[in-house]
Design a protein around this ligand. Structure first.
Ligand code: ADP
Ligand code: MG
Length: 692
């Protein structure tokens, strides 16, 4: 296989090479212009493209096409149509028109819309996004599309992402112009590192909690967890290696640059990182990656768990969103330059990001809010729920000296170089690591570590792009008016860094002191999804999204409602699954096992042998089981006591249902340690995490 990778790569993608080969020159040129510059596509051009796509897809074995889109469920959706078109003589021909390529009309009534679209107005439409290549998956030509309601409101995750990319491009170009650069397009680049667990399919099938909720709701810690630190970067077991090889092959066919693979910290946890792409393509590719991971796992007798916290007591899974901004000429705007002028430009963009993260910390937190991720954020393993930024010691010192108006001196280096804009030279090796920071500068990009492993990264990148676009817009407005650009630039950078330095934190984000310090600084600590999502429609957020034409208030309200509803539904399903397992499996197992023991006692007694140890065990077991039944009833009462209104319900889930679930779990896990392995009704953590 290895020597065939170049041929394999992108073989299922209608990419630029295929376009160039199969499209007439003028059509190819027009399409490329649309892809690069976002210009509208001529319907006639679309017709030619559609036909070429169809011929190519049929040669690759495709029989159907679909508009592939990303509704608010967080996963992707597709409705397949075959290419067949009947002829009068009873035969069929294979057809695909420009109209079908550009626009689709799936029945949208069953997708969450957060009250945006009444059911009688079920129609929505999908529109081709030519900036992301069409591809073939399962004998179906998939056309990446945006999804809107007929009244024009957006119903998906791709449209706002494309809008936010437009916004940041526009404002960044304005800023670059001030530096004398004529750049027509700037794109945000993203490289998402995807963490996941692989467990044996046979074990999975025996766990209703994994099947219904994606995570274990019960399970005592095994004798060994991750304390030996022997899994991280450890050698990959052959069964997993075989999975990874096939995964790579499948991803490469789809043109996804799968690059890095390794074992993660927790047992049975792994990671895959692709080479970065534009935010839009990276999002599409990450959605596909998650889907392909699940499919390939299944072929290898595994189940791939993408839940943020499948197992208590070992690390959960996240998705690090590496993010930067590049010009169409390939200049990375977050790469410190080697001349003072380049440095000044870098510092302005850096300042824009710092301001954006500080001003919109709530939006970043909201973009990663879910019932699953609540188990990660703030726990002692993942970034805390408080958004802060890490820039490294050197860059931190540079920022300090700018704020203080002092010369920057670094040990063993040249003193600060005063250039056109009186800003210091940036040290080159500024990528020291701080693994506890939620938002870390890593040399030429930022790594946002809060997203959960199952998330669609579109939302996070919408927030980031929009917030940074907003900083850049304000900066451009001010600097465009300046008479002395260099002086105004230096003053602006100094002022803004001083105003936003509270968001910079280079210390240990897991420490007990940090939340106290963060509170003093006035940073938000939004511990749970309901606490976070409430802030989505805060006035400043509505105004910001409005300014850049990304979301209307109605659209924001609908998104807020969907997130809250999803949270409530998730907790509800988890609580019902807990109750089910308690009533039908755990409690009966405990009763059965103590009965078995009691019978042993009786038999021993009948031959005149006293068994005080067994008697004591029966007593303890009986008492613990009674306690468990009590907790089960308390959980049932908590579920029944939920208030009607959705927002109240979400808070109630957080404050009443989850604690009741955890209380029952604690007792059940204690019982697991007391009952024989044979009598326990499902595989334990040791079985799940340490398979061969
Ligand atoms: P780490 O040490 O965190 O693994 P890497 O350099 O391997 O760092 O990068 C991690 C991810 O960041 C990869 O997906 C990589 O492609 C991505 N990345 C690198 N440069 C950029 C960039 N300019 N913009 C966005 N992502 C980037
Ligand atoms: Mg990383």
């Amino acid at each position: 296989m290895t020597n065939k990778v170049p041929e394999l790569f992108g073989s299922m993608v209608f990419n630029e090479a295929v376009m160039k080969e199969r499209l007439p020159k003028d059509v190819y040129k027009a399409l490329k212009c649309t892809i690069r510059q976002g210009t509208a596509l001529d319907p006639q051009v679309a017709g030619v493209v559609a036909n070429a796509m169809k011929d190519w897809a049929i040669e690759k074995g495709a029989t159907h096409f679909t508009h592939w889109f990303q509704p608010m469920t967080g996963i992707t959706a597709e409705k397949h149509d075959s290419f067949i078109s009947p002829c009068s003589d009873g035969t069929v021909i294979m057809e695909f028109s420009g109209k079908e390529l550009i626009k689709g009309e799936p029945d949208a009534s069953s997708f969450p819309s957060g009250g945006l679209r009444a059911t009688f107005e079920a129609r929505g439409y999908t529109a081709w996004d030519p900036t992301s290549y069409a591809f073939i998956k399962d004998d179906t030509l998939c056309i990446p599309t945006a999804f809107c309601s007929y009244t024009g409101q957006i119903l998906d995750k791709k449209t706002p992402l494309l809008r936010s990319m437009e916004a940041i491009s526009k404002e960044a170009c304005r800023v670059l112009k001030l530096f004398g650069k004529n750049v027509t397009r700037v794109t945000t680049t993203v490289g998402p590192e995807q963490e996941y667990f692989l467990i044996d399919k046979e074990d999975y099938k025996k766990r209703p909690d994994l099947i219904l909720t994606g995570r274990t709701l019960f399970g005592a810690m095994p004798p060994k967890g991750q304390e030996m630190e022997d899994h991280y970067f450890g050698s990959i077991r052959p069964r997993v290696k075989a999975f990874m090889s096939e995964l790579n092959e499948e991803l490469w066919k789809l043109g996804i640059n799968a690059k890095t693979e390794h074992n993660e910290v927790a047992p049975s946890q792994h990671e895959m990182a692709p080479i970065f792409a534009t935010a839009n393509i990276a999002t599409d590719h990450n959605q596909l990656t998650m889907e392909v991971m699940k499919k390939v796992a299944n072929r290898h007798g595994f189940v791939c768990l993408l839940h943020e916290k499948p197992f208590e007591g070992v690390n959960g899974s996240g998705k690090h969103n590496n993010w930067s901004i590049s010009t169409d000429k390939g200049e990375n705007l977050l790469d410190p330059g080697s001349t003072p002028a380049e440095n000044a430009q870098f510092l302005l963009f850096l300042t824009a990001v710092i301001k954006a993260v500080d001003d919109y910390q709530d939006l970043l937190r909201i973009s990663v809010a879910s019932a699953g991720n609540d188990h990660r954020l703030g726990a002692n393993e993942a970034p805390p729920a408080i958004v802060s930024m890490y820039v490294g010691d050197e860059l931190g010192a540079v920022i300090k000296s700018i704020i203080a108006g002092e010369e920057y001196k670094s040990e063993g280096r040249k003193a600060m170089k005063i250039g056109v804009s009186a800003l210091p030279e940036i040290p080159q090796d500024n990528s020291d690591r701080n693994r506890t920071s939620p938002f870390a500068f890593t040399g030429n990009k930022f790594e946002f570590r809060m997203p959960g492993s199952s998330f669609n990264i579109a939302c996070t990148n919408v927030m980031l792009n929009a917030a940074v676009a907003d900083s850049l817009m304000l900066f451009a407005e001010e600097l465009e008016k300046a008479e002395d650009f260099d002086a105004a630039l230096a003053a602006l950078i100094r002022r803004e860094l001083a105003a936003h330095q509270r968001i910079l934190f280079n210390g240990n984000g897991y420490s007990a002191e940090w939340p106290i310090e963060a509170e003093k600084r006035g940073l938000m600590n939004l511990r749970s999804t309901p606490e976070a999502v409430i802030h989505y429609t805060d006035e400043k957020n509505v105004a910001m999204f409005g300014r850049h034409g990304i979301y209307t208030l109605t659209e924001m309200k609908s998104r807020q409602e969907i997130t809250i509803e999803e949270y409530v539904k998730t907790i509800h399903i988890e609580a019902l699954t807990s109750l089910d397992m308690l009533k039908k499996q755990i409690v009966p197992a405990c009763i059965g096992y103590s009965k078995e023991l009691a019978e042993t006692v009786a038999v021993k007694k009948s031959i005149g042998v006293n068994a005080p140890a067994e008697v004591a065990k029966v007593q303890v077991l009986t008492a613990k089981t009674a306690e468990l039944i009590e907790k089960q009833e308390a959980l049932e009462a908590a579920v029944d006591g939920a208030p009607e209104a959705c927002v109240d319900k979400a808070m109630y889930c957080h404050e009443a249902v989850i604690p009741a679930m955890e209380a029952a779990r604690k007792v059940a896990d204690e019982l697991e340690m007391m009952v024989s392995k044979k009598a326990w009704p499902f595989p334990t953590y040791a079985d799940l995490l340490f398979y061969v």
